[in-house]
Ligand binder design. Structure first.
Ligand code: MG
Length: 256
């Protein structure tokens, strides 16, 4: 049986389009607030203010008891990092910011990894490859294509760049709920998946590591996902609307 999909109604799509645009702007504002010397707790507080100023609320805060306004994942942290007064951002770090905003009865979800100051050539390679994989996935996400094509496109860029492709976490349908079917893996070998249809909204979100693909969850906080080998990790995510032609990016970033 192909996995269930959700086709959003035109009225829902209008709400989702607005939530996506707000979320993209929020992500850009948070990303441009990143400064060396600040703690990730400070950045999370700023993110909370930026989100509240839109009239929306964080879709992550309180989701399964997540304590942050956004996910802030530094260097070897893959995803689900929690802002902490003990974590100071420094020149040469890479920091992933994952943002979810609930507004007007819909949700947006997107992520970006930003360099702080001058980063190493290998960190730049990681960021380039992960971002390129996201756009390869978006290019493959057309109505009528099997979802597998999206996964294959993302995976192929990751392999070409020699990066570790995280398998424990995947993209997902989105729009009205934070996580809707179907799952959107960044790798193949799991079957065909559903056929993409106009009206579907999905989040494509490659999570790639400079080293191996294995990850571990922090036992103390139960959230923070780090690479097992301590290598750097990057995460780029867009929420897109499937159409009959090329997908519409709902969380567009002007600076990306
Ligand atoms: Mg997501």
């Amino acid at each position: 049986m192909p996995e269930r999909v959700i086709i959003h109604t035109p009225a829902e799509i209008e709400k989702i389009r607005r939530a996506g645009a707000v979320t993209g702007e929020v992500r850009d504002a948070i990303a441009s607030a990143v400064r060396p010397g600040m703690t990730t707790f400070d950045l999370d507080q700023i993110a909370g203010e930026i989100i509240r100023a839109t009239g929306g609320r964080s879709a992550f805060l309180g989701y399964g008891d997540f304590p942050g306004n956004v996910c802030i994942s530094v260097n070897d942290t893959v995803i689900h990092g929690i802002g902490s007064p003990k974590t100071i951002l420094e020149n040469g770090d890479i920091v992933s910011i994952d943002v979810g905003v609930a507004i007007g009865g819909a949700l947006g979800d997107c992520a970006v990894t930003v360099p702080i100051g001058e980063i190493s050539a290998s960190a730049k390679h990681l960021l380039d490859g992960t971002k390129k994989a996201l756009f390869a996935g978006i290019d493959a996400a057309r109505g009528g294509n099997p979802l597998r094509k999206v996964s294959a496109a993302v995976e192929s860029v990751g392999r070409h760049y020699g990066l570790g492709i995280v398998r424990d976490y995947v993209g997902h349908g989105c729009g009205i709920q934070l996580h809707e079917p179907p799952e959107v893996p960044n790798f193949t070998g799991w079957g065909g998946g559903p056929v993409l249809q106009p009206g579907m909204v999905i989040c494509i979100e490659p999570m790639f590591n400079l080293g191996g693909s294995a990850v571990k969850v922090d036992r103390r906080d139960g959230w923070t996902v780090r690479t097992r080998d301590g290598s750097l990790s990057a995460h780029f995510e867009h929420m897109i609307l499937i159409t009959e032609k090329e997908a519409e990016i709902l969380t567009w970033q002007k600076t990306m």
